[in-house]
Design a protein around this ligand. Sequence first.
Ligand code: ZN
Ligand code: ZN
Length: 412
Amino acid sequence: MTASHEILLDKYAELTVRSGLNVRVGQQVLISAPIEAIDLVRRITHHAYKVGASLVTTLYNDEKTALMRYTDGNAAAFDAAPAWLFDGMAEAFRDGNCARLAVIGEDPSLLSGQDIDKVSRANRARSTAYRPVVELITSFATNWCVISAATPSHAKSVFPNLSENEALAALWTAIFKCTRADLPDPVGAWELHTKALHARTATLNAKRFSALRYKGPGTDFTLGLVDDHIWCGGASVAKNGILCNPNIPSEEVFTMPHRERVDGVVLSTKPLSYQGTFIDGIQVRFEKGRIVEGSATTGQDVFRKMIETDDGAARLGEVALVPQSSPISASGIVFNETLYDENAASHIAVGQAYSQNMKDTSILNAEEKLARGMNTSLIHVDWMIGSGELNVEGVFKDGSAEPLMRNGEWVD
Ligand code: ZN
Ligand code: ZN
């Protein structure tokens, strides 16, 4: 790689530590990353120690060894998960003294050829064991961040016609651009970006819409919001008092759908990768919040199994609006990775809702949250429904409405 790549990689690492995690002096940092991202992890580790981290611990994943479970493992053993490891992670995050960084970049179709039953059993076992961690992360017990690294397999999936080296270079270029790491002052740029997102959420929170109405090719549905919904976007203050950017990049503003108030049909506009398999052309019909009919042109079996994970897996936990002019959408690249693709288009997610999207969640018990319309599930999977032809209206309690997005762009 070139000298300028090394400089950009270092700026990206510094951005991750300062704007993404905002590591506090004395804090520990737990990183998970693909083994191919080791150069980036080393730079992140360097910057984390420079701002005063007490200890940086990294768990590396390797695709080749992950596959061996399917090729060489015992067929009866797909219900195992390292609960002891996840319990330890939960312990680390609970008091907010350990920040969490996930570096992603897996081959989006790593498990495509494998037995669906084994894959879904392994996913379920993992999701169940990982649940304590997910709950702490989604309720912002600590400062956390997800970023992406270009790895050979992922880069080839994005740029199949390029050589491996060209694909890697092209994906890094796109990552640096979309994350603003290629600007002279990435940390400053993220402060400005956060301000803009916070202004947007303030406007939407003042409206108190009761529902959103969507119309586009193949999409015609009404999505009710929970009464006490909160629009969020950009940086959030975690319970340990640290302001962090949980996703870099992030262009979305998002809130909580009511788990029983979604009706109509929706067509997805971009493919999604769900735990190693591609799903594309999703078409669903909602009735009283539940998916009652669902199909996909690619990965239909995996999609159907996914929404059958539990009751909440066929209901919505998130709704997000993203303008078509976002830098990720403007790049024209389909990244085969939700972190990027969800920020290129308006989207919905089935499964677990985020506590930050409803008032008073910290003092409500599970039953009360459910009664107010908050969805719960082992999964949270975003899929893209936005396009340059999508119109969205905000609907008030009295039934009147005002346009929010026209042809994929904010109206104001
Ligand atoms: Zn989202
Ligand atoms: Zn989501």
